[in-house]
Write a protein that binds this ligand. Structure first.
Ligand SMILES: Nc1ncnc2c1ncn2[C@@H]1O[C@H](COP(=O)(O)OP(=O)(O)OP(=O)(O)O)[C@@H](O)[C@H]1O
Length: 214
């Protein structure tokens, strides 16, 4: 499986945010998108997730376990917001997402209980999501990635405002996802604790080619 982005550019309002961004990542690899505030990291991720149209260019998932017309069909997107209903319990939220997404070919999601266990919060799935602390809410948003198998994880500042233990936990989830042949693309200012990941540096209208961290 390969994710191939070619010649992507994107506009917000009147402004061209970046242009001619190309990269390729294979199953089992992660790409970290870096760059200054406002350089277009979130915009790029939203384009990849199908939430914003590209001005030009394409992003395709090739040789996936099932045919895909749009990359978004095979992707989980974890944005700045947690995408959970405050009034519903954690279990209801996670169960909703599990049924909504369904599994992509090649993997199986876990139950809401197991997903909560995996993010270290097994005992509180009966609570309304809104009762959880900010860090617990973010962890549960990460659990959403586990309830349905999607080979591509698109992650925007996934560990912002989390403690060191949560960062390490999340690095473990991403490592397991890559070991299962998945792909992760993450915009972050913090190291994710992953080794040998590729880096894409956004510079507004320019971008550098891929580098691999030692
Ligand atoms: N809806 C919008 N309309 C117009 N411009 C926008 C809109 N949303 C974002 N922008 C602009 O697009 C540019 C890129 O924003 P983006 O959120 O992609 O940057 P970023 O690299 O993720 O930044 P940060 O590190 O601060 O999260 C910024 O200059 C921002 O002001």
């Amino acid at each position: 499986m390969r994710l191939v982005a070619e010649g992507l550019s994107a506009r917000r309002g009147e402004d061209l945010i970046f242009q001619d961004v190309s990269f390729e990542i294979a199953g089992g690899e992660a790409l970290v998108v870096k760059g200054a505030n406002g350089s277009g990291k979130s915009t790029l991720l939203r384009v990849l997730a199908g939430l914003l149209p590209a001005e030009k260019g394409t992003a395709k998932l090739l040789a996936a376990a099932q045919p895909v017309e749009r990359l978004s069909e095979a992707a989980h997107y974890l944005g700045h917001r947690n995408a959970m209903k405050r009034e519903l319990t954690v279990d209801e939220n996670l169960s909703f997402w599990k049924a909504f997404f369904g599994d992509f070919a090649g993997g199986t999601g876990v139950s809401a209980d197991e997903a909560a266990e995996s993010v270290g919060l097994g005992g509180i799935v009966h609570l309304p999501f809104g009762y959880l602390s900010a860090g617990q809410q973010r962890r549960m948003a990460m659990a959403k990635l586990l309830v349905a198998w999607r080979p591509v994880w698109i992650l925007d500042e996934p560990t912002a405002a989390l403690d060191a233990a949560a960062e390490a936990m999340f690095a473990g989830l991403v490592t397991a996802h890559l070991a299962h042949g998945g792909i992760a693309i993450a915009a972050t200012h913090q190291p994710l604790g992953l080794e040998g990941v590729k880096e894409l540096r956004m510079k507004g209208f320019e971008y550098s080619s891929l580098e691999t961290w030692a």
